[in-house]
Design a protein around this ligand. Structure first.
Ligand code: NAD
Ligand code: DAU
Length: 352
């Protein structure tokens, strides 16, 4: 049986990963360490309730004693680090917490893994640290070309600068101490349990409530969308078979301008809810995000060729599944948008 330390497993991708792994592997133990910030939610893990293979621990990845204790107790085979402050807009207003969690937290996990796995100068067999990173570390593309694993790192936002810094520490632990590591760099995810500060769930929620749809700038910034389960599959494959010390880009060639995403959501929900008040008149072009990256596009050839990964859900299918999920989980949306979300929303959008 393999034991994983999964950090940030109550967030969007982390909780999808926990549920994916419990379905996929019978003989597994997942220790889920999550601080339960505004983005972490135990409701995301309801399907795992009562499953003894999943052990939830509330705590901070920066807490050395706690993380050290977990390594002693469980002797992890893998660490998969999802825990992060993940929202670019929040990083623009409050960068410090991004350094704390994304950089210092990662270094703490690396240190604790090293203490536990490097025994008498020899790395214990079969161990691996996997850092869940992002395509944003590569910066922004022009109209042509894609990010490959050798594209120079050129982050622009405080969020992407913190993720880049974390990636560099991960590689430093590999280069300096020989630590067994992988880094995955994925494009934009969408699907169930995504917090409605991010484009797709925010727009679904606003369309449903017939609120204005704030589109930054000219709406022509391009993101490369991947259904979250395909990302989870990639991480599972890299943890098991990725070559030590390597980076793997993950993406499904699904580039869409933001305005296309917004109009798709309006069309789908307008049809589904049969509401004539739902239409493109809800769109409001607002002030652009500072330093807004123009285009992301992943070249996934390496993970496809080396590990046999491929995306299973097309955008056309994935967006319908996602909208259906949010329509069926009104209570989830009500819970996450009550309280602090309203303050965030008002502060973020009132002057735009
Ligand atoms: P999220 O914001 O939904 O979830 C982050 C989780 O981390 C939350 O459960 C939160 O409680 C937890 N957390 C935050 N600080 C913590 C700390 N100090 N200690 C322990 N737990 C802490 O994020 P997400 O969208 O699920 O992203 C997960 C990871 O994947 C991040 O590292 C992100 O950079 C990366 N990523 C995200 C995307 C995307 O499109 N969402 C794409 C590529 C990579
Ligand atoms: O590319 C991977 C990254 O994708 C991850 O590393 C990040 O954690 C994740 O948050 C995401 O970052 P983005 O900034 O691309 O995602 P977001 O959903 O915030 O925005 C997507 C696009 O939509 C971006 O061009 C900004 C735009 N946007 C976003 C919001 C919230 C709007 O036009 N209006 C909005 O209200």
């Amino acid at each position: 049986m393999k034991t994983y330390l999964v950090t940030g497993g109550a967030g969007f991708i982390g909780s999808n990963f926990i549920l994916y792994m419990l379905k996929k592997h019978a003989d597994i133990r997942l220790v889920n360490l999550d601080k339960l910030t505004y983005a972490g939610n135990l409701e995301n893990l309801k399907e795992a309730e009562g499953d003894s293979r999943h052990i939830f621990v509330q705590g901070d990845i920066c807490d050395k004693e706690l993380v050290r204790g977990l390594f002693e107790k469980y002797d992890f085979d893998y660490v998969v680090n999802f825990a992060a402050e993940s929202h670019v807009d929040r990083s623009i207003t409050n960068p410090e917490i991004f350094v704390e969690t994304n950089v210092s937290g990662t270094v703490n996990l690396l240190q604790c893994a090293k203490e536990s796995w490097l025994r008498g100068g020899v790395w214990a067999e079969g161990k691996k640290y996997l850092q869940v990173s992002t395509d944003e570390v590569y910066g922004s593309l022009g109209a042509e070309g894609y990010f490959t694993e050798t594209t120079p790192l050129c982050p622009h936002s405080p969020y992407s600068a913190s993720k880049t810094s974390a990636d560099m520490f991960v590689m430093a632990f590999h280069d300096t101490y020989g630590m067994p590591v992988n880094i995955t760099r994925c494009s934009n995810n969408y699907g169930p349990y995504q917090f409605p500060e991010k484009l797709i769930p925010l727009m679904i929620n606003n369309v449903k409530n017939k609120k204005q749809l704030p589109v930054y700038g000219d709406g022509m910034n391009i993101r490369d969308w991947l259904y979250v389960e395909d990302h989870c599959k990639a991480i599972d494959m890299v943890a098991e078979n990725g070559k030590v010390g390597e980076v793997y880009n993950v993406g499904g060639h699904n580039e869409r301008p933001n305005i296309f995403i917004v109009k798709t959501i309006i069309a789908q929900l307008g049809q589904r809810l049969c509401d004539p008040e739902i239409g493109e008149n809800l769109i409001k072009y607002v002030a652009d995000r500072l330093g807004h990256d123009r285009r992301y596009g992943i070249d996934p050839e390496k993970i496809k060729n080396d590990l046999g990964w491929y995306p299973e859900t097309t955008f056309e299918v994935g967006i319908v599944k996602t909208i259906d999920w949010y329509l069926a989980h009104e209570e989830w949306m009500e819970h996450v948008t009550s309280g602090a979300y309203q303050d965030y929303y008002d502060n973020m959008y009132q002057n735009k």
